[in-house]
Design a protein around this ligand. Structure first.
Ligand code: TRP
Length: 359
């Protein structure tokens, strides 16, 4: 039988996607579509664990993400778009995995620790201002998100890859670790996942900050209008050492130039642009105008596709439904295998109603 090569990635729905997502993740996802069976998950349940307040715009965020995925050209016939909260198998698998994890391991997780600090989720050591259970445990449910896509049964040569940003690698490694522990404890059940990080340097924010983020207010959204893009680019930080146009530029430290390298492609003749900047032959204002036009070239077809789908919300709902059902078909098989491995299938004890597969 041919090997099964699967891919799973996910994102918390906290707003529409931006150019940083496009450069750092979506462009790679598009390339994987031709080689892997892809599942892209909107992690709405995880977003509950990592928030302090209810988000009245959650539904909007979920829709924005699905629209953005379609807009960049991910193909819903090939890839499955999955809504996490509609996969009860994930909750079930999370519980099984929990008994293989020690709380100390969760407290040691550097990404969760950093997030807890940044988002005021309590700290990991102080018994008074303690972190909440869901937050501490979210890497376990993320491990379930990943392991549920293990092939069934795993065969030599199968693969499960998880393309993520650098901060998420610890979570994927944790999932592999828990999967291995499960295999050691109950017998070979899970294919172990592998993280894939993008080789592309992270796109900075328009404020020159190291990361573009919607909540950081330094993002250019995939759905931003031409005027919004032009304004954001015009206000972008450039080279702080270049006070007057006669000063030589420092393109390698300039967010504008980094953007241009991400979007201009080869036709831009980046080497020449770089020289022009170093020798003060170009002006930052002109450079920004060119950049805005280049971004617009990338965004125009994306936005056209987005508008088409946005005009047909029933089609978008169907796509999310189909993708989630395909993911559940995989998850149902995985959970059957997991229950068998744990020894809770009870074939002779249960009547067919209780033995029935998840519906
Ligand atoms: N933690 C990821 C984020 O911060 C989202 C996510 C949830 C995820 N489940 C996943 C990523 C599984 C990769 C694989 O956005």
């Amino acid at each position: 039988m041919a090997n099964v090569k699967r891919l799973l990635s996910g994102i918390r729905p906290s707003g529409a996607l931006h150019l940083g997502h496009y450069v750092g993740a979506l462009r790679q996802w598009l390339a994987y579509e031709s080689t892997h069976e892809c599942y892209f998950m909107v992690a709405d349940v995880q977003s509950l664990a990592t928030r302090r307040e209810p988000d009245p715009e959650l539904a909007q965020h979920v829709q924005d993400i699905v629209l953005d995925w379609l807009a960049v050209g991910l193909d819903p016939e090939r890839s499955s778009f999955v809504l996490q909260s509609r996969m009860p198998e994930l909750a079930e698998l999370t519980v099984y995995l929990q008994s293989l994890v020690r709380t100390g391991e969760l407290r040691d997780n550097p990404t969760a620790r950093e997030e807890a600090r940044a988002w005021g989720k309590g700290n990991f050591t102080d018994g008074v201002n303690d972190v909440d259970f869901g937050f501490l445990g979210y890497p376990v449910s993320q491990a379930a998100d990943i392991l549920v896509f293990s092939t069934s049964p795993p065969a030599e040569g199968d693969a499960l890859i998880v393309p993520v940003g650098f901060d998420q690698v610890v979570h994927v490694e944790f999932a592999a670790h828990i999967g291995r522990r499960f295999n050691d404890f109950y017998g070979e059940t899970f294919l172990l996942p592998e993280a894939r990080t993008s080789q592309v340097p992270r796109l900075p924010g328009t404020d020159g900050g190291s990361k573009m983020g919607k909540s950081l207010r330094n993002a250019i959204l995939l759905k931003d209008s031409e005027e919004a893009v032009a304004t954001k680019v015009r206000n972008m930080f450039t080279d702080p050492l270049r006070v007057s146009p006669e000063d030589p530029g420092h393109p390698d430290d300039c967010p504008c130039f980094l953007f241009r390298s991400a979007f201009g492609g080869e036709q831009l003749d980046l080497g020449r642009r770089r020289e022009d900047c170093l020798d003060a032959r170009t002006d930052c204002g002109d450079c920004k105008e060119d950049l805005a036009a280049e971004i617009q070239t990338v965004l125009a077809p994306i936005q056209e596709r987005r508008a088409d789908y946005a005009a047909h919300p029933e089609r978008v709902a169907e796509i999310l439904g189909d993708g989630t059902r395909r993911a559940r078909a995989v998850a149902t098989e995985t959970l059957e295998r997991v229950r068998d491995a744990i020894g809770i299938s009870y074939p002779n004890l249960l009547d067919p109603g209780l033995r029935r597969k998840n519906d």
